[in-house]
Design a protein around this ligand. Structure first.
Ligand code: ZN
Length: 118
């Protein structure tokens, strides 16, 4: 595992502390500590989530790795997003999730080529 990822997590947690510092000063004692803990837990969760997404993208085809549940959820999400986009008279970019016009050839957000299935 790349150790710089963990350095980055530590740096960003410290940055989050500064970012929330002003609000945290207004709290005292136990509430302040709970707030300090919660903000870092939330931020850490976000970072783990991003790390997990990167790991999945890089390793989803690896031998022996089992991402059955993730793959199933991604398929379900793609279908549900497409259904919602259909109802809105739009289509959904499979790469970034943006909604684009039904007749668009490319995603306006990420530039993905959108090949029509029909
Ligand atoms: Zn896109």
């Amino acid at each position: 595992m790349d150790s710089s990822i963990f350095d980055k997590i530590q740096d960003t947690v410290i940055m989050a502390g500064h970012e929330f510092g002003q609000t945290a000063k207004e709290l005292t004692g136990k509430a302040k500590l709970q707030y300090e803990i919660k903000t870092r837990e939330n931020y850490l969760d976000d970072l783990y989530k991003e790390l997990g997404k990167k790991y999945y993208a890089e390793h989803k085809d690896d031998e022996g790795e089992s991402f059955t549940e993730i793959g199933k959820l991604l398929d379900e999400l793609a279908k549900l997003r497409q259904e919602l986009a259909d109802r809105r008279g739009a289509k959904y970019c499979p790469r970034c999730g943006a909604q684009v016009a039904k007749d668009a050839d490319y995603c306006g957000k990420c530039g993905e080529f959108l090949h029509d299935e029909d």
